[in-house]
Design a protein around this ligand. Structure first.
Ligand code: HPA
Length: 271
């Protein structure tokens, strides 16, 4: 595995020369707009990178972008790999390992999620303060231990200084519908039943989604501070649950994109 990661990294380095990204960004479903804010220096197609998993969902463009965002050098995954697409946990987190070898100091992740907290509404944002993994028994660290600790600490998976900074940015700029909460990951790809939404809420989660946790676990194993943000694309309140439609989920994501982009840009600029 390590050999594959090193091979991919060497290829990427041969393409980007001495460009050294300081921050890594992984964008979730329907949340690609942030890339428009990046002054792109290099674009690599996933399909050209040796050993890289290939994007399957058509609305994911499958590109690794290198460029400058608000004055800082970043590497941005346009389209992530989901477990429900059939990738192994190792494949899902493969790009995070590569980003580490490329030298990133922080990781920013975004996702589309269902709201469990009844005070949330569609197109709100949730700054992730903690997570619950329900990918069990799957875990990206299972098997041979590469690049990090065997039993990594998870007492603060999301850097709380950055969480507070994000909330302050929201207040100072009069942004509404910005929350702080707990993300629970499920395998998907089906959405939840009413009873499952009720259960997940009882577990203490504020939003549910099908990604993010594997990448965060791997980043934390390698001691990379993480900032995560969920866009609430639909509400999972059992009593008033509506039939989910992908078009509506994507529309809700698009509506929240400018605010999400603004927050991430501000944080990156301030670091
Ligand atoms: N459940 C799980 N994943 C999701 C949801 C949801 O309601 N909305 C967006 N991603």
């Amino acid at each position: 595995m390590l050999k594959f990661i090193e091979e991919s990294t060497a290829y990427i380095q041969s393409q980007i020369g001495d460009f050294r990204p300081q921050f890594g960004i992984i964008l979730g479903t329907g949340l690609g707009k942030l890339t428009e804010e990046i002054e792109v220096a290099f674009t690599l197609n996933y399909s050209d990178i040796p050993n890289f998993p290939l994007a399957t969902v058509e609305f994911h463009k499958g590109k690794l972008l290198f460029g400058v965002l608000n004055g800082k050098k970043v590497v941005c995954m346009q389209g992530r790999f989901h477990y429900y697409e059939g990738y192994s946990m190792q494949q899902v987190t493969f790009p995070v390992r590569i980003m580490k070898l490329l030298g990133i100091e922080r990781l920013f992740v975004s996702n589309a999620a269902g709201g469990l907290n009844p005070t949330y509404k569609e197109s709100d944002l949730m700054i992730i303060e903690d997570h619950i993994s329900l990918f069990l028994p799957e875990n990206p660290l299972m098997g041979e231990n590469i690049m990090g600790e065997r039993f990594p600490d998870m007492s603060e998976p999301y850097d709380m200084v950055t969480v507070e900074k994000a909330l302050l940015i929201a207040t100072q700029n009069g942004l509404e519908g910005i929350h702080k909460g707990v993300y629970v990951s499920v395998a998907g790809p089906n959405l939840e039943t009413k009873s499952e939404y009720r259960l997940l809420r009882m577990l203490g989660a504020d939003a549910v989604g099908m990604s993010t946790v594997p990448e965060v676990i791997v980043a934390r194993q390698m001691d990379i501070p993480v900032f995560g943000i969920s866009v609430i694309t639909d509400m999972g309140i059992p009593e008033i649950l509506q039939k989910a439609e992908l078009s509506r989920i994507l529309e809700a994501a698009h509506k929240a994109e400018p605010t999400m982009t603004f927050i991430i840009k501000e944080i990156i600029g301030s670091l």
